[in-house]
Write a new protein. Sequence first.
Length: 97
Amino acid sequence: MNKLTLNEFKVSLGQASPPQGSSPLLQSLWHEAKGDWSTAHELAQDVNTPQGAWVHGYLHLREGDQSNASYWYRQAHQTMPVTSLEEEWKKIVEQLL
């Protein structure tokens, strides 16, 4: 698969499924952006890497669970965001692309 740009990834949100060949973490963020938190969480919690912890933490932030989010951000060696959730989503997607 050719490397997607952030804009192409955002455009894919208009499709019925995530871009073919995208990683489980990108799929997770895609589903979250489409309003499917449960599928997003299922995908993210199965990735046992710092990046997986970052996405997992972001999902708990989106859910409003600050303490759980804080735990996962520490596991990811990331600081809790001071920007909007939308900016944090964009930052994570850019890192994963």
